[in-house]
Design a protein around this ligand. Structure first.
Ligand SMILES: [Zn+2]
Ligand SMILES: [Zn+2]
Length: 141
């Protein structure tokens, strides 16, 4: 199903702005988990009537119907992820870029958590922090 069909099947209106916001998220370079502000600046030139509030609202709808994940990664901004499979992230503490962190065995971490807690664990959000190669390069000059 494409995004228009998914929206329609969930009872949401299909608007050019909603499609554009989803495309912008999918197309964002390096899958870098943009914030609403970043998407807004990407979209603004071609969609001058787009507001930042529309980006936020649309993302809430997308999250509700399982199209995106809203990530809280410690910089007090929501970052958006179109990859809704469980995976962990790493955030640059200098430029706030958020990337996927590969090679982390989430199932193993989950097992340890299950064994160490009396809670019935229902989810996990794992975000590493560090200085990205670009920022490290700038700092070494
Ligand atoms: Zn950085
Ligand atoms: Zn991700």
């Amino acid at each position: 199903m494409d995004i228009a069909q998914i929206l329609r099947s969930q009872g949401f209106k299909v608007t050019p702005q909603r499609i554009a916001i989803y495309d912008a998220l999918r197309g964002h370079h390096h899958h870098d988990h943009p914030t609403a502000e970043m998407l807004y600046h990407t979209l603004r030139p071609e969609h001058p009537s787009m507001s930042l509030a529309t980006v936020y609202k649309t993302m809430e709808i997308f999250e509700k119907i399982g199209l995106v994940k809203i990530l809280e990664v410690g910089d007090e901004r929501a970052h958006y992820d179109w990859d809704t499979e469980a995976h962990s992230h790493i955030r640059c503490v200098r430029c706030n870029k958020v990337e996927d962190m590969m090679g982390i065995d989430l199932q193993a971490i989950r097992t340890i958590a299950d064994q160490g807690s009396e809670y019935q664990i229902t989810g996990q959000h794992i975000t590493f922090e560090g200085v990205c190669p670009e920022c490290a390069k700038k700092e070494s000059h």
